[in-house]
Design a protein around this ligand. Structure first.
Ligand code: F6R
Length: 596
């Protein structure tokens, strides 16, 4: 997830582009860059936030340009890897949001044709691809180039000597802002609201040519498209959250595309490069904190089922002070920020103890990525809300991929089984979208239960850690005291606390523990506790046991944590909203914990 802006008109482009770009900083902030067409193509980029670029860049003359703020997904967040990218002869510049999944093949072919590359990114291939197609107009070159690209993208391109921005998209947002005698391009309306509220939304596969006084949209077959502009009623602050009242809600809704992006290029074929081609492992240890620890606990079930490798999970701060030496050949460190001090220290300790280490991280180039042997990046994009949501779900995706990889190495997973898993992973965005479509129902439940002081969350097997995560989300943002338990543990103590004032959220999907869960629900109902169950669609039996049921689409139980947690995220979000809590910045906690 990155931010793109473009300007063409009578005014100096540079200050407008920087101002617009700053409004997109929430989409990515590890590096930024700008290109302005003047007497020559002026291009400047820098590592760090937009303010760093602003402080360093020279004055640029010209009234046509593009700019970019980056959230690295391919290639580290360095100046070289920042956008825009130029072609070999410095005649054109491009910016990109998305992931080019076939970039390696394209790069090899372009290199063989003599193109010289300056970065590790997937994006740079597009600059060279357009250059290689540049006979005649820029619009035609972009059309021909984009036909060779696989993956997701929004591109904007300018060329020296031109008077236009050519842009195109597939599964990444792109909007044209219409001004008077000037026009704008952006990855979302937030960037442009200061200048215009008249927008043209570009559809997948369309290519658009924007000059200061014209916009021409062509569909994928090259036919002209007529489209009426839309008036946006947002104010600037609303728009930074994409119209959502809180970043947390926005990030919950981004989960279908975050899952999709996290799979992109990794499951297209069964022959994708394995994470560990050189080793097999007799056991695995996962180490993490907080929500990432809960992802690790789900990961244990996934790895044990798919790869049949015994897996243990430990909290980072406990692992780092434990005394066992070289206990697990493979250590998996899960951390969305990549900066959590205890997890960093655990990584160092693990290497000292001679283990192979792999990090699952969301922030490219973050501290942990320099401490481990291998990194699996989640591609959730920046998460601004303190409560982890989309990073948790993409950590689960990374753990499915890792388990599949280990299973293939261990020969516990046949090609047929892997194909079936890939099918399940690909269906997850749809399963999550189904839950999001039930937001109003979940909101109504939160209105009913928001007065509770205590809440219990119970689950079994792979959904036991999901119960823990549901409880953590609830306590963290709504300040309701939420406790998660493996349902079988209730009778060993917690039942003493169950009463009519403590609602119980029970995850009761149809798996081999279903009957036991119904028994646990009866136990708590008998003590007067209201029960909110989460079950599979069509399970009418469950409704007889619970006061309320949130139904999710039936999927194989091993994959159910993904839609189940989305239902619990929404529930905790609406509980917090009903209670008037500061959802994006809960008291006493920070997004990145760099102290121990
Ligand atoms: C809760 C939450 C925290 C983090 C924990 C670890 O919503 O976000 O519990 O999961 O602080 O952070 P990372 O994953 O950055 O290591």
């Amino acid at each position: 997830m990155c931010g793109i802006v473009g300007y063409v008109g009578p005014r100096r482009a540079q200050p407008i582009l920087i101002d617009c770009l700053k409004r997109l900083e929430y989409r990515g902030y590890d590096s930024a860059g700008i290109a302005v067409v003047g007497k020559s193509l002026q291009l400047f980029k820098s590592e760090g936030e937009i303010s760093v670029l602003e402080g360093k860049m020279p004055e640029m003359e010209g009234s046509l340009g593009i700019a970019h703020t980056r959230w690295a997904t391919q290639g580290k967040p360095t100046t070289e890897n920042a956008h825009p990218f130029a072609d070999c002869s410095n005649m054109l510049a491009i910016v990109h949001n998305g992931i080019i999944s076939n970039f390696m093949d394209l790069r090899d072919a372009l290199k063989a044709d003599g193109h010289v590359f300056s970065s590790e990114t997937d994006t740079e291939v597009f600059a060279h691809l357009v250059e290689s197609e540049l006979e005649g107009d820029l619009l035609g070159a972009v059309q021909r180039a984009v036909a060779k690209v696989e993956g997701t993208y929004a591109f904007a391109v300018v060329a020296q000597g031109g008077d236009e921005i050519v842009a195109t998209r597939r599964e990444s947002p792109l909007v044209i802002g219409l001004g008077n005698g000037e026009n704008f391009v952006a990855s979302d309306v937030t960037a442009l609201l200061k200048h215009t509220n008249r927008m043209l939304y570009i559809e997948d596969g369309e290519v658009v040519r924007v000059t200061k006084d014209s916009v021409r949209i062509l569909d994928s077959s090259g036919k002209d498209v007529r489209r009426e502009p839309q008036k946006v009623a947002w104010n600037i602050e609303d728009a930074e959250k994409g119209g959502y009242p809180h970043f947390m809600l926005k990030e919950i809704y981004e989960q279908p595309s975050a899952i999709h992006d996290s799979l992109l290029g990794r499951v297209e074929s069964l022959d994708t490069e394995p994470f560990f081609s050189d080793s097999t492992f007799s056991n695995v240890k996962i180490v993490a904190c907080g929500t990432s620890y809960h992802a690790g606990l789900v990961g244990k079930y996934i790895i044990e089922e798919l790869a049949k490798i015994p897996t243990t999970v430990q909290i980072s701060s406990e692992y780092r002070y434990s005394s066992v030496s070289r206990e697990s050949p493979l250590m998996v460190l899960v951390t969305q920020s990549g900066e959590t001090l205890d997890t960093m220290a655990a990584a160092r300790e693990a290497r000292k103890r001679g283990n192979k280490t792999v990090a699952i991280a969301n922030v490219m180039g973050s501290a942990i990525t320099r401490e481990v042997d291998h990194v699996i990046y989640t591609r959730a994009g920046p998460e601004i809300g303190v409560a982890a949501t989309k990073t948790f779900v993409t950590q689960l995706v990374a753990l499915y991929l890792l388990a599949m990889d280990l299973g293939a190495q261990n020969r516990t997973l046949s090609a047929l089984a892997r194909r079936a898993i890939i099918g399940q992973l690909r269906s997850l965005p749809r399963a999550v979208q189904d839950v999001l479509n039930k937001a109003q129902e979940i909101e109504a439940l939160a209105k009913k239960y928001h007065g509770a002081r205590d809440m219990f969350f119970i689950g079994r097997n792979v959904n036991y850690p999901v119960a823990l995560e549901g409880a953590l989300k609830t306590k963290e943002i709504s300040y309701i005291h939420g406790e998660g338990y493996p349902a079988g543990e209730l009778k060993h103590g917690p039942l003493a606390l169950i009463s009519k004032d403590s609602p119980v959220v029970a995850i009761a999907i149809k798996d081999h523990t279903y009957d036991k869960m119904l028994g646990n629900i009866s136990e708590v109902s008998a003590r007067g506790s209201p029960v909110i169950a989460i079950g599979f669609e069509g399970d009418t039996e469950l409704a007889k046991f619970a006061d309320d049921v949130i139904y999710i689409r039936e999927i194989p139980p091993l994959f159910s944590p993904v839609p189940v947690i989305v239902a619990l995220q929404l529930f905790s979000y609406y509980l917090a909203r009903e209670r008037g809590c500061p959802i994006d910045k809960p008291r006493n906690i920070a997004k990145t914990v760099t102290v121990d």
